[in-house]
Design a protein around this ligand. Structure first.
Ligand SMILES: [Zn+2]
Length: 287
């Protein structure tokens, strides 16, 4: 079997593993961070429009589509321009930035897109000490700083990827000055770091990881985050919430994570969805 056939077969298998749709939400909410392009590539059989429509059916009626390199950022901006349920963010992923031969040139392309009216965020950018080794860290931080400046120049939200880099993320933001809106995507800290981010006015976006059994500190973090500084995301096709961990993720699975967040914070699901939508409108919106 050729590589292409193998890939197609694997993708079809993954598509078949999509979890069943959860009970619809009574009050709509949005997915603050998703990769529809990667979800389609990874699963093969589902169309982008199908993923958006499937989410709307369970009350996830808006989406923020996140770019991770120049082509995916362009794809995200184009999708947002033609679909009023979708807003876009544009960036070079922190693990890719150190590998680029022309980082400055790529940042100029990101900046050109950041000015578009339906591009509302710059990210995901940030620091990743887990996957990028010591040799790539200088370029990674240079890229992060470049993205912070772009977000500030265009008045867009800064969407941060932080993996094992809490202290350095805060250090760079202290040195550069943070933009008005900062979103900690896939928040991964404990209660103490959450409180520090809240104090700084950042918005914490929780992913399916908050449903994992091992993630008690994350649920504590959610508990110290006020609803007006909280968002919910899939990071699809990754981080599928329980009880479907390991299967493909897509925006229609947001209800599982938002219900877990409501349980962790003691909020009602409907009130939490309304608060998250209001926060989304403030940070990224209006759609
Ligand atoms: Zn992401």
């Amino acid at each position: 079997m050729s590589t292409r056939e193998e890939r197609a077969a694997r993708a079809a298998r993954r598509a078949g593993e999509f979890p069943p749709p959860p009970e619809p939400l009574a009050v709509p909410v949005f997915d603050s961070h998703t990769h529809l392009d990667i979800t389609v590539q990874e699963t093969g059989t589902t169309s982008v429009d199908g993923l958006i429509a499937q989410a709307a059916k369970v009350g996830v009626d808006r989406i923020v589509q996140v770019g991770v390199d120049v082509p995916s950022s362009r794809w995200s901006a184009d999708l947002a321009a033609r679909d009023d349920r979708v807003l876009a963010t544009v960036a070079l992923h922190p693990n890719d930035a150190p590998l680029l031969s022309d980082l400055d040139g790529a940042l100029r392309e990101i900046e050109a897109m950041a000015g578009q009216p339906r591009v509302r965020g710059v990210g995901e950018t940030g620091l990743d000490m887990f996957r990028t080794g010591a040799d790539g860290r200088k370029a990674q931080e240079e890229s992060f700083r470049g993205h912070i400046e772009i977000a500030k120049r265009h008045g867009k939200a800064l969407v941060i990827h932080d993996r094992d880099a809490h202290a350095d993320i805060l250090r760079v933001l202290d040195e550069t000055g943070a933009p008005d809106a900062v979103v900690m995507h896939c928040f991964s800290g404990d209660g103490e770091f959450a409180a520090e981010c809240v104090r700084r006015g950042f918005v914490l976006s929780f992913a399916g990881t908050v449903t994992f059994k091992s993630a008690a500190p994350l649920r504590v973090a959610a508990g110290v985050t006020p609803p007006e500084q909280m968002l919910v995301e899939t990071d699809a096709p990754f981080l599928t919430p329980m009880p479907y961990r390991g299967r493909p993720n897509a925006p229609y699975l947001i209800p599982l994570t938002v219900r877990a967040l409501a349980a962790a914070t003691g909020a009602g699901v409907d009130a939490l969805c309304a608060a998250i939508s209001a926060t989304g409108e403030r940070v990224f919106g209006p759609w």
